[in-house]
Design a protein around this ligand. Structure first.
Ligand code: PEP
Ligand code: MG
Length: 591
């Protein structure tokens, strides 16, 4: 048993197994149930085999193009891949520690990398780069697998206690909060924000624990006391019993799933839709009372494969399935938001050359991506458009183009949509007219939103990208990711500009970035005049509660004050004071 002391910021007691989420490394660590171990091991083995095939293919191609000497790099990588110290060790970690395979690969990599650091021979030290490449390839091949991090986040087996180094919006947005009994975080610096999150969710929380995410092994029993700031690891039976009886007494209301329409205290109706990636996610949307799908990230259908992998019929059946199950609710399907690097396909992966880029390092996030990719590959784009138009007869479908940065792009994409329509008509297929909208997620689109609004039927604001391109911060680059700030004055001013651009054209605007999944930011967004949101299904109950408890009039006054402030700190303080000051107690122990 071990007792840690932090700052209790949301009262009550939580008892459960620890779900440990480490964001610093970009890989999330999860405890897994015993029956999940074999699934994780199979995913690991499939990733190893796929990586092997890819490396053999790349080796052969490089040997042909550049000679055996360069190709030998891949011999070294193949040896690393087959070394029991990497995949074998990862499998042992999965079995012994009952954690997800992606994390286990990261751990095995860290252990091996430390060995490479200690060797004197510079040639051997250099092999660390190869090790890094191989581990990156393995992790990448594991993504999209059933049982991968994304699934685990969506699909928690049992209620648990979340232990994290930091609780950033990207994790908040993916979690099913109905399964989180409480949380504890290392970070104490952003406690204002975290405290409000905890209280909004009604879950006990302790923050400022420094290294709790390192101390608690995944799956360990934990007690979190949000009143005293105590965290007990491996509690004694007496502690556990005392905590359990307090939980029973408190029995705090958990966020209810589906409810009626979301209406603020002063009667403003707010539309709540969901972001999904797979047709199977529709069940979660309906269970959470989602009023539609505000963003279907269709590129996930490709699971990292080439975009011509999915044919028209195959796509049509998938879109139809989603639209029919959601009917009569609207479904907004975004055309593939992939970039040129996702065209890479062994053994003809011309773009990779002798270097493997992990997802974080991969260049070209602002390259031939989204609508640009569609326009550069009209055959692939039109195949998807034909499938979408055909699916539209089965319900309420809207087509949305991602990563738009100019009026010309929208016109060109709409022209291809018309071509797709004519091609279907030539085959004797009648298609209904379909609303066409765009993602506003690039600053140039935000600045020209009044003009873009003339070209389309709706806007969806993608704050995930808008923030990173406005602030020139790659949020996957940990050296600068702390500057990724939704509350930056530039971001807030752009949101206002986009809303006005939509208003001027009389078209609806919704927001589907992760920003909306944060209770504090959601209130501010309501104050900025936004009334349509799309978020991960797990966040919908939280949003419903926040909306039911807010007066838009109050938030409009707060938003007006906030928009006159120059720094993130001033804005955050203003928000917290405005909200905390009136209804919520100021966080205990925080200056
Ligand atoms: C966004 O950019 O905010 C968005 C929702 O799109 P994605 O996260 O898929 O880039
Ligand atoms: Mg985006």
């Amino acid at each position: 048993m071990e007792r840690l002391k932090g700052i209790g910021v949301s009262g009550g007691v939580a008892v459960g197994a620890a779900l440990v989420a480490i964001q610093r490394t970009q890989v999330i660590r999860f405890p897994i149930a015993p029956d999940r171990v074999s699934r994780e091991l199979s995913a690991l083995e499939r990733a190893r085999r796929r990586s092997h095939e890819q490396l053999v293919g790349i080796r052969a191609r490089i040997a042909g193009l550049r000679g055996q000497e360069l190709a030998a790099i891949f011999d070294a990588q193949l040896l690393i891949l087959d070394d029991p110290m990497l995949v074998g060790r990862a499998a042992t970690i999965v079995c012994e520690e009952r954690v997800n395979a992606e994390w286990a690969v990261q751990r095995a990599f860290d252990e091996l990398a430390a060995v490479f650091n200690d060797v004197a021979d510079p040639y051997l030290r250099e092999r660390k780069g190869d090790l890094h490449d191989v581990a990156g390839r393995l992790r990448m091949n594991m993504r999209g697998e059933k049982g991968g991090a994304r699934d685990l986040l969506h699909d928690l087996d049992t209620p648990c206690v979340l232990v994290a180094d930091e609780l950033t919006p990207s994790v908040v947005a993916q979690l099913d909060w109905t399964c989180i009994r409480g949380f504890a975080t290392d970070a104490g610096s952003r406690t204002y924000h975290t405290a409000i999150l905890a209280r909004s969710l009604g879950v006990p929380a302790v923050v400022g624990l420094h290294d709790v995410s390192q101390r608690i092994p995944p799956g360990a029993a934990v007690v979190i006391d949000g009143d005293t700031g105590d965290v007990i690891i491996d509690p004694s039976p007496a502690d556990r019993q005392a905590a359990a009886s307090r939980v029973r007494q408190e029995e705090r209301p958990t966020a209810t799933a589906a409810g009626g329409p979301a209406i603020t205290r002063d009667g403003v109706r707010v539309t709540l839709q969901a972001n999904i990636e797979r047709p199977e996610d529709v069940g979660a949307v309906l269970a959470a009372g989602g009023e539609g799908v505000g963003l279907f990230r269709s590129e996930f259908l490709l699971s990292g494969g080439p975009p011509d992998m999915a044919g028209e019929d195959e796509q049509y059946h998938l879109y139809r399935q989603v639209v029919e199950r959601m009917a009569p609710r609207p479904v907004t399907i975004r055309t593939f938001d992939i970039d040129e690097h996702q065209l890479v396909r062994p053994p003809v992966d011309a773009a990779l050359d002798a270097r493997w880029f992990s997802e974080q390092e991969r260049p070209g996030h602002a390259g031939l991506r989204g609508i640009r990719f569609g326009l550069a590959h009209p055959a692939i784009f039109k195949t998807q458009l034909r499938a979408l138009l055909r699916a539209a007869v089965h319900g309420s479908l809207r087509v949305m183009f991602p990563f738009v940065s100019s009026v010309q792009e929208v016109r060109a994409a709409k022209a291809l949509l018309e071509e797709a329509r004519s091609e279907l008509q030539a085959r004797g297929i009648e298609v209904p007219s379909v609303p066409v909208g765009i993602m506003i997620e690039v600053p140039s689109a935000a600045f020209t939103s009044a003009m873009l609004g003339r070209e389309c039927d709706f806007f969806t604001i993608g704050t995930n990208d808008l923030i990173q391109y406005t602030l020139a911060v790659d949020r996957t680059d940990e050296r600068v990711s702390d500057r990724y700030e939704p509350l930056h004055p530039a971001v807030l001013k752009l949101l206002r500009l986009i809303r006005r651009g939509a208003q001027r054209n009389g078209i609806p605007v919704s927001l589907c970035g992760e920003m909306a999944s944060d209770p504090l930011l959601l209130r501010l967004l309501l104050g900025c005049g936004l009334t349509e949101f799309s978020m991960t299904p797990g966040a919908l109950p939280m949003a419903r509660r926040v909306i039911a408890d807010v007066e838009v009039r109050d938030m409009q006054r707060v938003a007006a004050r906030v928009l006159a402030l120059g720094t993130v700190e001033e804005i955050e303080r203003c928000l917290v004071d405005a909200l905390g000051g009136s209804r919520e107690p100021r966080p205990v122990g925080i200056p």
